[in-house]
Design a binder for this molecule. Structure first.
Ligand SMILES: *Cc1c(COP(=O)(O)O)cnc(C)c1O
Length: 221
């Protein structure tokens, strides 16, 4: 078995084991295999195994890798994770299924306009600046409710949930718990949080999508 596939399967087993030991019922999250910077031959073993969710953060790179593959494997779901410039939205909309980084009304408007052209209805996460860090993208907590309402009422976007990149500390659990509360306050279903270093903590808090890169594909250069 290819080592990347082995890594994915081990992560799944580990998650199942940890969840089976919990007293409260927690759903198995979706695993987004974050394949940015990795060539398609490193990803193919997962695709052939039937893994569905993949994440990329550079438009150019994603367009070189995925459109051909998606023709052959139509159940694949592609997630856009990175900072998204409005002038790139027209390239993202036709090829991606989810966007995790909505954080401005300018971007919301652009997605709305572009997806009408393709008759698409992307599933969108609002990125929240949960640690209130000046260097990070994301909507401020105090503005989140208004922002969400505007995205839905003015731009008719399909907001499925919230996403965060918490402060870089050993266990960002308190930020994950804040995300859960915000999500509940808006009655949203999905929570995109947890990466290679903290996905267990995120899952135990209630993440429904974890985004795992290096733990599956190895270090990026
Ligand atoms: C790269 C990236 C990930 C995956 O990071 P790892 O630490 O390699 O698991 C997750 N989310 C976002 C937004 C990323 O850019």
């Amino acid at each position: 078995m290819h080592h990347n596939l082995n890594n994915l399967i081990n992560i799944k087993k580990q998650i199942q084991l940890i969840l089976s030991e919990q007293s409260k019922q927690i759903c198995l999250p979706n695993i987004i295999a974050v394949s940015k910077t990795k060539p398609i031959n490193e990803i193919m073993p997962l695709i052939e195994y039937g893994h569905i969710h993949y994440g990329e953060n550079k438009v150019q790179e994603a367009l070189e890798k995925w459109p051909i593959i998606k023709k052959d494997f139509q159940n694949i779901k592609l997630h856009f994770l990175g900072n998204l410039q409005t002038n790139k939205v027209k390239f993202v909309v036709p090829h991606f299924d989810y966007i995790h980084s909505l954080d401005s009304l300018k971007l919301a408007k652009k997605i709305s306009i572009e997806q009408k052209k393709y008759n698409k209805d992307l599933k969108i996460f609002i990125q929240v600046n949960i640690g209130n860090e000046s260097q990070k993208n994301g909507v401020e907590i105090s503005y989140l409710k208004d922002f969400y309402n505007e995205c839905v009422s003015s731009f008719n976007l399909n907001i499925v949930g919230l996403m965060c990149l918490p402060p870089n500390i050993i266990d960002p659990q308190k930020y994950f718990l804040s995300m859960v509360n915000l999500s509940k306050s808006l009655s949203l279903k999905e929570l995109s949080m947890g990466m290679s270093n903290d996905y267990i903590s995120a899952i135990l808090c209630g993440a429904t999508f974890v985004r795992i890169g290096s733990k599956i594909f190895g270090k990026r250069h």
